[in-house]
Design a protein around this ligand. Structure first.
Ligand code: NAP
Length: 303
């Protein structure tokens, strides 16, 4: 069995003092040892001197309901939810954001209490949508009503397809996946948001022509991520005028080739930070100090 390397903790602030008033936030997943979220949120709490702590908690699927009940009982401020619980946690929420309801997955829980001793309500949100869109904000003008291509049809692709359909009104939005039936299910699930009949699907291996004519290419597969570092979903590198957005947050061949051929290359680290920032502000009321978090993540990724 491959041993997971402990993630380095970058402590550049005075150590946080935990006391009787510390507000806990959890990550519920299984496993959670790979997660960068504790580094992100604890770095931000420390940088802003907030009395919060973020804990990664491995929760087996059979324990999910009890774990969510524990958030209420133990006065957690909230939680992130990751694989494999993002869909299963949905019916355990009291209310949902429109994004969580549309995507069918929750990655953020906010524990809300109207009065000090009142009952807790659990609000489920999907900040992957906002996180994905964050790095595209400056490019939004060039993304209206153009052709787009998404590689992959899994959980991340759902948030991406919803975000693209509802934000940019694409002329054509192609979902290319090695399992075309899965791509078709995804297209069907979002048909209600496809007001321009932009969605179509195709096998990944046939996507070369669609890739050439798309302004935006999004990789929502693990191709490029260890142990698939040598792989890319694109047969021919993207070129000038195209925007390539890889959700993988380590540097990838796809992005290296895109940048060297004049395309705009966006890495998944920005989405990771964007989704975290959209959760953080809901728990703390403070905008996340993203520069400090980015530096901590980059230092962590280099080790
Ligand atoms: P997922 O639900 O497992 O979906 C992965 C998709 O990629 C599926 O369509 C899968 O097809 C396909 N795929 C897997 N291996 C492949 C291969 N060797 N060749 C071609 N297609 C392959 O995973 P996910 O949660 O959507 O995540 C996808 C990627 O996005 C991961 O790299 C993840 O780290 C990244 N991500 C990044 C962020 C961020 O914040 N930056 C957030 C979420 C996800 P099959 O169904 O046929 O296996």
């Amino acid at each position: 069995m491959r041993m997971l390397r402990p993630l380095p903790l970058v402590l550049t602030f005075p150590a946080m003092l935990l006391d009787a008033y510390t507000q806990p936030v959890a990550l519920l997943g299984y496993p959670v040892g790979h997660s960068r979220s504790p580094l992100i949120h604890n770095t931000a709490f420390q940088a802003q001197g907030l009395n919060y702590v973020y804990l990664a908690l491995p929760v087996a699927p059979s324990d999910l309901k009890a774990a969510v009940g524990g958030l209420r009982a133990l006065h957690f401020r909230g939680a992130n939810v990751t694989i494999p619980h993002k869909e299963a946690v949905l019916p355990l929420m009291d209310t949902l954001s429109s994004q969580a309801a549309a995507v069918g997955a929750v990655n953020t829980i906010v524990c809300r209490r109207a009065e000090q001793e009142g009952p807790v309500t659990l609000y489920g949100d999907n900040t992957d949508v906002a996180g994905f869109l964050a790095p595209l904000a400056l490019l939004a003008a060039s993304l209206q009503e153009v052709d787009m291509l998404v590689f992959g049809a899994g959980g991340a692709a759902r948030a991406v397809v919803y975000a693209l359909l509802t934000t940019f009104r694409p002329a054509r939005l192609t979902i290319a996946a090695r399992n075309q039936a899965q791509a078709e299910r995804l297209a069907t699930a979002f048909a209600a948001y496809d007001t321009r009949a932009a969605l179509r699907t195709m096998p990944l291996k046939d996507a070369a022509a669609a890739a050439r004519t798309s302004r935006l290419l999004v990789n929502a597969t693990p191709l490029g991520m260890a142990p698939l570092e040598d792989y890319t979903p694109l047969q021919t590198p993207a070129s000038t005028g195209q925007i390539v957005y890889d959700l993988v947050y380590t540097p990838t061949r796809l992005l290296r080739e895109a940048a060297s051929h004049g395309a705009i290359a966006l890495g998944g680290l920005e989405m990771l930070i964007g989704q975290a920032a959209a959760s953080y502000i809901q728990w703390t009321g403070h905008p996340m100090p993203t520069e400090v978090v980015r530096a901590a993540l980059q230092a962590g990724l280099q080790r």
